[in-house]
Design a protein around this ligand. Structure first.
Ligand code: HEM
Length: 511
């Protein structure tokens, strides 16, 4: 009897182990796609190739919006960075939970690490110090900075758009890129580097360099060899060289600032005007207050991270606005009239005056509604498996996002969505809450600058910067397309990225 019992236990135990092993095997075999339990969206017309996604993703997002998101349902689709981990696009009802989820569960830095393949490309990791410097110090000093930003923008534009009476060709991307990089450098890196063309060139192109390195590594190197790319792959070497060079350029500035603090000549005493008021100084003082040593390499890391956030999207936004102004010259008169009225009271255009440029503000917002820079927002990656309150489950590593551009074209949200109505948001401000619906505002139905803890800390700065630059351009220069009948060129699409055509040239002349 004892023998029979032992046999039964043995057989039962072996069966249980087999079932467990089979379940484990199934789990290991199943791809994250199977674990997601979400509809998987793909092109259904016979061409679902990787190349199709590069140029046609917005069309697929539109289908996903109509079929799923509008009915409160999330969907999954190809993740072009990692084909084994589909990306998940969420309807807006999940916004609050994503916003409130701790960094240890749904992470923006982890998403950036994946999307820029940072571990393989020597790229720039998210830095808390740079983010805080912008969120706290830059915003606190914006009133004082605005007149200096104004002078810097004017000087930069005069340099790249020299006086001429005849129409001359020019690249909007080039002159906006130069002016924005200079104003950014003034605020974040200080006047020394704002007037250093090598710094301007380096910061203007670092984002593109990092994207090129990331795309190249993913396309040309197998995952298990990518760690070696830093020694043998030119685009990665370019990024690493830029980081080293940035530290070299920052070193003398940092040494000067440290000496001034040591010798008491920085003007930091109560009641005196500080001699230095920029990102380098704020970072240095934050480090010193915590007894931390700031090295040129650390400083370069923070400065380059800030520049990545500050320059590329801002340039793309302004290029698009210029195209829209050229497409709709009938509104220029009203914008200029508003500028004149505001200037009558405050000729130097301090921040308070810039805030009164409601028409220009509304124009910027309408330009972005129709042609958003980027198709998605609130990009996060699940650090650990994450389950929403309604049971929607994300395996670890899943990337999530919310749509930006497609809802902007939804007739239920924006009547006559294809029509450019420059005062659309002005009317909303006049009829509702004046503190909502302006360019820099962030809300549940307005995620251009993100939402929650990571919402863009530079949005007030960039709103002022764009307005200062446009006021100068529109009052001093005239622009037109090179050919009669020309219109805004189609935006450039690359997977989830979208931005105005940066190759287009226009004609300009001084007024
Ligand atoms: C039109 C121009 C800009 C656009 C469209 C833009 C958009 C965004 C978006 C969508 C985010 C992520 C928000 C989220 O996921 O919740 C972000 C984050 C960030 N932006 Fe901007 N931004 C712009 C300009 C700037 C400028 C001028 C600066 C610096 C002065 C800046 C610095 C940053 C930083 C540091 C972060 C990371 C914030 C964090 O992790 O907490 N951005 N931006």
């Amino acid at each position: 009897m004892a023998l029979v019992e032992v046999d039964v236990f043995l057989i039962a135990g072996a069966a249980a182990a087999a079932v467990a092993l089979f379940a484990l095997y199934q789990r290991l075999r199943s791809k994250p796609k199977d674990l997601l339990r979400l509809p998987y969206l793909k092109f259904e017309d016979g061409n679902d190739s990787r190349e199709r996604y590069v140029t046609d993703t917005p069309a697929l997002l539109q289908i996903g919006y109509d079929r799923y998101l509008k009915h409160g349902q999330a969907f999954a689709m190809l993740n072009y960075v990692d084909e084994n981990h589909p990306q998940v696009v969420l309807p807006i009802k999940y916004l609050k939970e994503v916003r409130n989820a701790p960094e240890s569960k749904l992470s923006f830095p982890y998403y950036s690490e994946q999307i820029f393949s940072l571990r393989d490309t020597g790229g720039i990791f998210h830095t808390h110090e740079a983010t805080q410097m912008i969120r706290v110090d830059l915003n606190r000093h914006l009133n004082a900075l605005t007149p200096r930003m104004h002078d810097e923008a004017n000087a930069a534009l005069e340099k790249v758009l020299p006086s001429n009476n005849d129409w001359a060709p020019v690249s909007p991307y080039a002159f906006f890129s130069y002016a924005i990089s200079r104003v950014t450098a003034l605020a974040l890196a200080g006047p020394e580097l704002a007037h250093n063309d090598e710094w301007i060139g380096l910061t203007a192109k670092i984002t593109v360099d990092i994207m090129t390195a990331a795309q190249g590594v993913r396309a040309k190197w197998r995952p298990y060899t990518r760690w070696a790319a830093r020694w043998f792959f030119e685009p990665v070497k370019v990024v690493l060289a830029s980081k080293r060079r940035a530290a070299e350029l920052l070193k003398p500035v940092l040494e000067k600032r440290k000496a001034a603090l040591r010798e008491g000549t920085a003007g930091r005493e109560k009641g005196s005007t500080p001699n230095f008021n920029d990102g380098v100084q704020w970072l240095l003082e934050t480090y010193e207050a915590k007894n931390r040593k700031l090295t040129p390499e650390d400083l370069a890391h923070h400065e380059l991270f800030a520049a990545i956030g500050a320059i590329t999207s801002s340039v793309a936004t302004t290029v698009g606005v210029l195209f829209d102004l050229l497409d709709h010259p009938e509104y220029l008169g009203e914008i200029l009239q508003e500028v004149e009225e505001v200037r009558k009271e405050a000729p130097a255009l301090p921040r308070q005056a810039l805030n009164k440029l409601w028409k220009l503000d509304s124009f910027l917002k309408e330009s972005q509604r129709l042609h958003s820079v980027g198709q998605v927002r609130l990009n996060r990656a699940a650090v650990v498996p994450f389950t929403f309150k309604d049971g929607l489950h994300l395996p670890a590593g899943t990337q999530i996002s919310f749509l930006l551009q497609v809802p902007g074209l939804d007739p239920d949200l924006f009547p006559d969505p294809q029509q450019f109505k420059p005062w659309r948001f002005l009317r909303k401000r006049e009829q509702g809450d004046a503190d909502k619906n302006h360019f820099a505002s962030v809300s549940d139905d307005n995620i251009f600058f993100g939402n929650g803890a990571h919402s863009c800390p530079g949005r007030f700065f960039v709103t002022d910067e764009i307005k200062l630059i446009l006021v100068h351009l529109l009052t001093k220069y005239e622009f037109k397309y090179a050919n009669d009948g020309e219109k805004r060129p189609a935006d450039i699409i690359h997977d989830n990225a979208s931005y105005p055509n940066i190759m287009t040239q226009v004609l300009y002349r001084k007024k």
